[in-house]
Design a protein around this ligand. Structure first.
Ligand code: PAF
Length: 280
C-alpha cells in the first residue's frame, strides 16, 4: 500500500506530535523526488533505525542555478509513492512552495567555508538553498534522525555543520553510495545520459578507484592528476570541474591522504554534470 501524502505543515505536525507523544522516534529522508535505488536505500536505512519514517519530496527552487533545470526537473510523485510502498514508510511530505517559503520569506542559511569549495565554487548559492530548505524540513518534521547519501558528501557535511551550529537536535546519518553495474554512482541526472554516454560514464568511477589505490600506496595527487585527466578526456568527458583529494571532515585540500580523506570529482559528459566521491 502506498503511504499517505501530506501537503501542509499543520497536518504533518498533527501526525508527528502524536508519534512523539507515544515515544516513537522519527526519521526523515529529504528528497526532490524522481526516486532511484539510492533514495530507496536511504528509506530502508530510516525504516531500520526509526519507528516512523517521513520521506519529503520538494523540488527546492532555491538550490537551482538555472531556471530551465528547475522547470525540467522530473516530477514523478505517483511513481515515487509506488516505489516506496514495499519499504512501508509512514508518510510522504510533499509541500507546496508556500509551505516552505511563505510570502515574505527572507531568511537564508549560509554555511561558511564548506560551501566555498568543490560544487560550491561552481554553483553560487546552491548550498545556501540546500542548507535553508533542509533546516526548514528538519524543524517542520521534528525528526530525530536524517538520512543522506555519501554520494553528495559535501552536502552531507554542510547539513551536519548547519544542524550542529543551529542546535537542531537531529542525528545526520551518511549512507553508502549506491552504484549501477559498472560503478556509475546512482543519480536522478543519470536519466539524462544518452545510450552512448552511458557506455563511457563508468570510466569516471574506474579512474577514481585507480587513483585511490595509488594514493593509498603512497603517491601524491601531483603524480596522478595529469594521467587521470587524460583518461577522462579520451573517454569523452568534455570538461572536469574538479578532481581533488580533500579531508573528509573540513574538506581541506590535500596532496596526500595524510588524514581521513576522500577523492572528489565533478565532470561534464555529453552535457550532463556528474559528481562522485570515494573514501581514500
Ligand atoms: O539531495 C537532494 O536531493 C537535495 O539537495 C535535498 C537534500 C533534498 C535538499 O533539497
Amino acid at each position: 500500500m502506498t503511504a499517505p501524502i501530506v501537503r501542509t505543515k499543520e497536518k504533518l505536525r498533527t501526525l508527528t506530535e502524536k508519534w512523539k507523544a507515544n515515544g516513537e522516534s522519527v526519521g526523515i529522508v529529504p528528497t526532490m523526488g524522481a526516486l532511484h535505488p539510492g533514495h530507496l536505500s536511504l528509506a530502508q536505512a530510516a525504516r531500520k533505525a526509526t519507528d516512523r519514517v517521513i520521506i519529503t519530496i520538494f523540488v527546492n527552487p532555491k538550490q537551482f542555478n538555472n531556471p530551465d533545470d528547475l522547470e525540467n526537473y522530473p516530477r514523478t510523485e505517483q511513481d515515487d509513492a509506488r516505489k516506496l510502498a514495499p519499504i512501508g514508510v509512514d508518510v510522504l511530505y510533499v509541500p507546496e512552495v508556500d509551505q516552505i517559503y511563505p510570502a515574505g520569506f527572507a531568511t537564508s542559511i549560509s554555511v561558511n567555508g564548506l560551501t566555498d569549495v568543490l560544487c560550491g565554487a561552481h554553483r553560487p548559492g546552491h548550498f545556501d538553498g540546500v542548507a535553508t530548505v533542509v533546516a526548514k524540513l528538519f524543524i517542520q518534521t521534528g525528526a530525530d534522525m536524517a538520512f543522506f547519501g555519501n554520494k553528495d558528501f559535501q552536502q552531507l557535511q554542510i547539513v551536519r555543520r548547519m544542524a550542529a551550529d543551529l542546535d537542531i537536535p537531529i542525528d545526520v546519518i551518511g549512507c553508502p553510495t549506491i552504484r549501477e553495474d559498472g560503478g556509475l554512482a546512482m543519480s536522478s541526472r543519470n536519466l539524462l545520459l544518452s545510450d552512448r554516454a552511458r557506455i563511457y560514464a563508468p570510466v569516471l568511477s574506474e579512474v577514481m578507484a585507480d587513483m585511490a589505490t595509488d594514493l593509498r600506496a603512497g603517491k601524491a595527487m601531483a603524480d596522478l592528476q595529469e594521467a587521470a585527466l587524460d583518461r577522462l578526456e579520451q573517454a569523452g568527458f568534455a570538461s572536469v570541474d574538479y578532481l581533488e583529494l580533500r579531508a573528509s571532515n573540513d574538506l581541506a585540500l590535500l596532496e596526500t591522504p595524510s588524514r581521513p580523506s576522500r577523492l572528489f570529482a565533478a565532470v561534464l559528459l555529453a552535457g550532463v554534470r556528474l559528481i562522485d566521491n570515494i573514501e581514500v
